[in-house]
Design a protein around this ligand. Structure first.
Ligand code: HEC
Length: 109
């Protein structure tokens, strides 16, 4: 845990990618639980299904728009979004890793 914390604190994106890769399936489950709780009322958070909010992109398609790692910072520092419908979230670095791991696991090819 200390190692993880340092890696995140030091946070070059290369370091992050390595840390995320090293994470277990358990983290991805945790990420799934988090996005289900916080994001699912607007976004489709699973491999299938439509978003409840018509303008919110399904999470499995995010990887087509930008690398999932690009969300790292946004999640840790509060998602800055010009979209009034979307609340601002700030996650602990361990939660960010879990969410990223989960999002990667559901991306469409
Ligand atoms: C109240 C509804 C709502 C909730 C809750 C919500 N979002 Fe969104 N989100 C939106 C909408 C609407 C958009 C699309 C806005 C647009 O593109 O104009 C969006 C867009 C996004 C995007 C794409 C941004 C971009 O510029 O491409 C990401 C990533 C995202 N949300 C992540 C999340 C995450 C992660 C959570 C949960 C922690 C979350 N959202 C919760 C409504 C929501």
């Amino acid at each position: 845990m200390i190692v993880l914390g340092l890696a995140f604190a030091g946070a070059a994106s290369v370091g992050i990618a390595l840390v995320v890769t090293a994470q277990s399936a358990g983290d991805s489950k945790h990420g799934e639980a988090l996005v289900t709780r916080k994001c699912a009322r607007c976004h489709a958070t699973m491999r299938t299904g439509e978003s409840a909010h018509p303008e919110a992109p399904a999470f499995r398609t995010l990887g087509k728009r930008y690398p999932i790692e690009a969300l790292e910072e946004a999640l840790g520092e509060g998602i800055i979004s010009g979209h009034p419908d979307m609340p601002e979230f700030v996650f602990e670095s361990s939660d960010v890793g879990a969410i990223i791991a989960y999002l990667k696991s559901i991306q469409e090819p």
